[in-house]
Design a protein around this ligand. Sequence first.
Ligand code: PMP
Length: 324
Amino acid sequence: MDIRNGFVGTVGNTPLIRLNRLSDETGCEILGKAEFLNPGGSVKDRAALFIIKDAEERALLAPGGTIVEGTAGNTGIGLAHICNAKGYRCLIVIPETQSQEKIDLLRTLGAEVRTVPAVPYRDPNNYVKVSGRLAAEMENAIWANQFDNLANRRAHYETTGPEIWAQTDGTVDTWVAATGTGGTYAGVALYLKEKNPDIKCVVADPMGSGLYSYVKTGEIKSEGRSITEGIGNGRVTTNMEGAPADDAVRVDDPACIKMVYRLLHEEGLFMGGSVGINVVAAYTLAKQLGPGRTIVTVLCDGGARYQSRLFDRAWLAEHGLSPD
Ligand code: PMP
């Protein structure tokens, strides 16, 4: 018998995929954790599940309660599925700049969705702050607070990290991932360093994010911008605090888009933009470190969530980008 128990029992235990062309070309094993195969379609199902379980265990959520969250989309999608499976209500605050596909999907799943203008975190009308205020004003509601709720990174410390360690028989020697909340990167990095302190942990960062300079110099500074969604940050979240980082790699949008199309045409993988950043970073490290390394990164979500953007030539052209 091999049966998983409902939506919740289907989260995690995703395959680790060898990216064949990129591995053969570099002489490294470039491996992607297939988080797009989670039942809600992204890496954020794990954080959503741990955040809800944590609130239940601490008796903060009663039956019929509401989960409120500010999200770039994927955490909200994970939460909305789990709310349906467990009988909670779901209220999502999302910046209006996020892809229409994610906003439509949230509504289809039954979440109440409020779109807000995209303003920086320091602005009181930032989506994260709005979601926190809404949760505080409601009865029988919790704020998932994925950026600063450590249940998020615990999901990756307790599940993603151990899965990667077991799936590579402990041969993983490099871990690289971009960070949004930092939960995935930090949880896995903390676990792997405990298993073997020699494992190199590297932050991948899009343009417009401050973490590359933070890892390199200790100071948060950003330049440029990125069309990628769900990654990059202008602050060190509670989930990122204390996370080991041996190095950082910065990836620009043209390289990201080129890789997203390479993954589609050469590897048969239809992936979102953060995957482009992650895999370019893994490929850059493979070239830098030389053959023989085992490099693991994350395939965070699939391309369908960005079809009207990353896979639309006219949209790309408007942003000065091209798949060619
Ligand atoms: N990629 C995508 C597409 C995401 O939605 C997110 C989460 N916002 C991430 C990567 C980053 O994951 P984390 O929040 O664990 O840093």
